[in-house]
Design a binder for this molecule. Structure first.
Ligand SMILES: [Ca+2]
Ligand SMILES: [Ca+2]
Length: 250
C-alpha cells in the first residue's frame, strides 16, 4: 500500500474514533426545577434562571398595576392605590377620619372612645379602671374614741369590693403610721367590668389578723356618665375624704 493511502486510512480511523468518543455536553449537566439541558445549557421553566435554573423570581407572576413595583413577590403600590396588584383606588383619598382617627387600607382606625365609619360617633365606655386612690383625710380615732393603734398612726390600706366593704375582693398594700393632715396616694389597678354594680371604696387600719375598718363610700360607676378622670368621695361626718383616679375603657 502506498504511504499516502496508508496515512489516509489512519486519519479516517482516528476521526471515527474521536467522533464516536465525543462527550454529550448535557451528560453531567443537572437542570433544576424542570429545566431542560440543550447543548450543555439549561433552558429554564418560567420564573427560573441561573446556570442550573436554581434562582426563582418571586415577581415572575406578579402584575403590579397603576405604577406599582414588585418586591419579593408583593406589589408596592403608589400613594392612592391599594390591593394585591394595586388595582383599587384607596378610599383613604376621600375618607376623612375625625377625632384623631387614622385611615388604614381604606378604613378609619379610631382612637378609644370613638367609632363609626369616620370616627365621628362618641362611644360610651363599658368598663372603669381605678388606678389610684388618694386619701386626703381619715377618721382620727375609732368610733368609740380609742386610737387605731397603741403606738403611732393607723396603717392605711384600701379595698374595692362590690356591694359592701370587704377585704375579700381587692386590697392595696398598707402605709405605715399615717398622720392626719398628710395626703396619701395609693396606687391600685382594678378593672370594674360592669358599670351597673355598686362598688364600695373603703379604708382600713392594717392589723394582723384583722384590720380595723376605718370608713368607706359606695359608688355606682354608670352614674358618672360624663366619664370623669377623678371622682371625689367624702363623708364629712367621719372626716373621710378620698379621690379616685379613673380611666374608662371601651
Ligand atoms: Ca389598729
Ligand atoms: Ca401603726
Amino acid at each position: 500500500m502506498p504511504n499516502t493511502m496508508k496515512n489516509l486510512l489512519i486519519f479516517l480511523f482516528l476521526s471515527i474514533f474521536i467522533i464516536s468518543c465525543k462527550q454529550d455536553p448535557c451528560e453531567d449537566k443537572i437542570c433544576l426545577n424542570s429545566g431542560i439541558c440543550i447543548d450543555g445549557t439549561c433552558q429554564c421553566e418560567g420564573g427560573y434562571s441561573g446556570e442550573r435554573c436554581q434562582d426563582y423570581d418571586e415577581c415572575f407572576q406578579t402584575n403590579c398595576l397603576n405604577g406599582g413595583t414588585c418586591l419579593n413577590g408583593d406589589c408596592d403600590c403608589p400613594s392612592g392605590y391599594i390591593g394585591t396588584n394595586c388595582e383599587t383606588v384607596d378610599p383613604c383619598l376621600t375618607l376623612n377620619c375625625l377625632n384623631g382617627g387614622d385611615c388604614v387600607s381604606g378604613a378609619c382606625a379610631c382612637p378609644p372612645g370613638f367609632g363609626g365609619v369616620d370616627c365621628s360617633v362618641v362611644l360610651d365606655p363599658t368598663k372603669m379602671r381605678i388606678t389610684k386612690i388618694t386619701i386626703d383625710d381619715f377618721p382620727a380615732t375609732r368610733p368609740d374614741g380609742t386610737n387605731w393603734d397603741y403606738v403611732g398612726g393607723p396603717d392605711i390600706m384600701a379595698s374595692v369590693s362590690s356591694d359592701s366593704c370587704s377585704l375579700n375582693e381587692y386590697t392595696t398594700g398598707y402605709l405605715n403610721d399615717c398622720l392626719k393632715g398628710n395626703t396619701y396616694p395609693i396606687n391600685m389597678n382594678i378593672l370594674i367590668e360592669d358599670l351597673d354594680v355598686y362598688q364600695s371604696i373603703c379604708i382600713w387600719d392594717w392589723d394582723s389578723p384583722d384590720p380595723d375598718y376605718m370608713g368607706g363610700l359606695t359608688i355606682l360607676p354608670s352614674f358618672y356618665d360624663n366619664w370623669p378622670t377623678t371622682i371625689l368621695l367624702q363623708n364629712s361626718n367621719i372626716d373621710l375624704y378620698m379621690q379616685l383616679t379613673i380611666s374608662w375603657e371601651y
